[in-house]
Write a protein that binds this ligand. Structure first.
Ligand code: MG
Length: 244
């Protein structure tokens, strides 16, 4: 499965090789099992200001910055962007609802996978649209040996959030790598779009309620069902370019 996917990807992109030296992880729904709380918090915050929004929409919008999600909801209902004040108000509401759910649990097998990748000498970055200090603190708390500030791209670093390729292009720049020297692990359609737009081989892990097609359609080369699945396949997968 991986071998054919890599071959197809390299041919299609006319890349000289496939030789990842870094793995870029999305955060929500990949490293933390946090998406159900985000989805609920979005529905609650938008409902407080009279805007209908479903959890399904929250999953489909995952990866956007908060302000971009709010603009999207305003455009569906009012055909205009939200004002700066509306955005701040709703994002504050959303953040406070999210925090009522407490710290998000680490995704099963995330720690094991990160440790395995680190032991192979590969670099690890997190690339997230989140600008929530609580989640970013959580990342440093749970994975202190993996993520330092310079190994993160967050909502604070970019002008354009996902699905724009800027976050993943910035990760490539921070790592000093070409697109064929990295790979991405993403759970959301817009995250996949962003990674594929940056020219990077993308593994979808479908940890939420959406069908697999929403990850393969925007260009995920492989779609797996969980981080556990990726952990158990990682050694075979990475042997396709390591120790060659
Ligand atoms: Mg995600």
């Amino acid at each position: 499965m991986f071998s054919t996917a890599i071959q197809d990807f390299v041919e299609q992109k006319h890349y000289p090789v496939f030789n990842p030296q870094a793995v870029f992880f999305d955060m929500d729904g990949v490293l933390f099992d946090s998406m159900k709380f985000h989805a609920r918090a979005w529905v609650q915050a938008l409902s407080d200001v009279g805007i209908p929004f479903t959890e399904y929409e929250a999953y489909m919008n995952e990866g956007r910055t908060g302000h971009s999600t709010i603009d999207g909801a305003y455009n569906s209902l009012y055909q205009r962007d939200a004002t700066e004040q509306e955005k701040q108000n709703i994002y504050r509401l959303k953040t406070s609802y999210f925090e009522t759910y407490g710290p998000s649990p680490v995704m099963p097998y995330a720690h094991e996978l990160l440790s395995l990748i680190k032991s192979q000498g590969l670099q690890i970055f997190v690339v997230t649209g989140s600008g929530q200090a609580s989640l970013i603190d959580n990342l440093q708390l749970h994975f202190p040996e993996i993520f330092q500030k310079e190994k993160m791209v967050t909502a604070f670093d970019v002008k354009h959030g996902k699905p724009h390729p800027e976050p993943y292009l910035m990760a490539l720049a921070k790592a000093g790598l070409n697109p064929w020297e990295a790979l991405v692990v993403e759970n959301a359609p817009l995250g996949v779009e962003s990674a594929v737009g940056a020219g990077i081989f993308t593994v979808g892990v479908n940890t939420g309620p959406l069908p697999d097609e929403v990850l393969s359609r925007p260009g995920a080369s492989v779609v797996l069902e969980s981080m556990k699945d990726l952990y158990y396949k990682w050694t075979d997968f990475s042997s396709l370019w390591l120790n060659k």
